[in-house]
Design a protein around this ligand. Structure first.
Ligand code: PMV
Length: 324
């Protein structure tokens, strides 16, 4: 009996969410919170899917039934198996897939991309395809399209390769960054819907093409400047750029009162910069500062009912934990 286990990090976007969808550069960071996929043989001729976070177990006699009857929430998984079956010649029989994640869903921390990447990597290892990270990210991107419509590709790229990346139109480079980079992630208590937020920005773009183009361009410039400031390790300047980026996200209409409240509390309590991360309209806010200040911000936010945690950069990206 064969068993393979993989993990892939989540992510947060430091600069350029939304404008990245229209080809402008963005910066994302892989974070030290992970999704895990375990794939193993079972005796019975069926496909079993276990989603630990949802306490759900599904069983299907074959892939066709799986694709037709899995609840829409889990379509990404059936879509992945379908891609491997149709495009990579994999036959799924007598297997059990167990998925779990320490990233809470719909929070802007890349839970769907992280699960997708872990799953693709596990299948590639289990069926001895031995795909490299570029191929893994490519297939995970196909999965992301199933649920997000027109994603930029930044999420699957950073969850696959790890580190901090500068991303533009499908191309990316890994960035060096100071070890003392500390980010506080705070949850708004509002689940966000990436597809809806992307559609809202598209509607804004159609209604105000000149203004939206100007905003995207400015956000792109911010990401380019931030790349240089990250190399210099200038945290105050990076914080200022985050604040500027947040102003544009407000203009695009993807911020809301709760996000603004958290940003205000963070800045009032000593953060260098604070902004929403990911699609917006809920999800998480990220704040940059010294560890001492960020801990204080976390305490103040907790009193107001918002959970926060300090995150580290994941440097490895997706990896095989065990294969035997
Ligand atoms: O919801 P998230 O964190 O996956 O955010 C997606 C980021 C967007 O720029 C809004 C979309 C994209 O595909 O880049």
């Amino acid at each position: 009996m064969k068993i393979v286990s993989t993990i892939a990090p989540g992510k947060c976007i430091l600069f350029g969410e939304h404008s990245v969808v229209y080809g402008y550069p963005a910066i994302a960071m892989a974070i030290s919170l992970y999704s895990r996929c375990v794939i193993e043989n079972i005796k019975e001729k069926k496909i079993q899917l276990v989603f630990k976070n949802y306490d759900k177990i599904f069983e299907f006699p074959d892939l066709k039934t799986f694709v037709l009857s899995v609840p829409s929430q889990f379509k990404q998984v059936s879509g992945c198996l379908k891609i491997f079956n149709e495009e990579h010649g994999v036959n799924f029989e007598n297997i059990k897939l167990t998925l779990s994640s320490s990233l809470f869903p719909s929070s802007g921390l890349g839970s769907s991309a992280s699960i997708a990447v872990a799953l693709v990597s596990a299948i590639s290892e289990f069926y001895e395809k031995n795909y490299d990270k570029y191929e893994i990210s490519k297939i995970a991107f196909q999965m992301e399209k199933i649920i997000h419509g027109t994603p930029s590709g930044i999420d699957n790229t950073v969850c696959t390769h790890g580190n901090l990346i500068f991303y533009k139109k499908g191309e990316f480079s890994s960035l060096s960054f100071p070890n003392y980079l500390q980010i506080l992630v705070s949850y708004t208590n509002i689940a966000h819907d990436t597809k809806r937020a992307i559609e809202a920005v598209r509607a804004f773009k159609n209604e105000k093409p000149d203004l939206s183009e100007k905003i995207f361009k400015e956000m792109g410039k911010i990401a380019e400047t931030a790349e240089k400031q990250l190399l210099n390790g200038n945290l105050r300047e990076i914080g200022n750029l985050m604040n500027e980026n947040q102003k544009y996200l407000v203009e695009l209409g993807v911020s809301n009162d709760t996000i603004s409240e958290i940003v205000k509390i963070a800045l009032r309590n000593g953060a260098y910069g604070s902004k929403l991360t990911g699609a917006g309209l809920g999800g998480c806010v990220i704040s940059l500062g010294t560890k001492k200040e960020l801990k204080k911000i976390s305490r103040v936010l907790k009193e107001r009912g918002f959970e926060s945690f300090l995150i580290n950069v994941d440097r490895e990206g997706v990896k095989i934990e065990s294969s035997k």
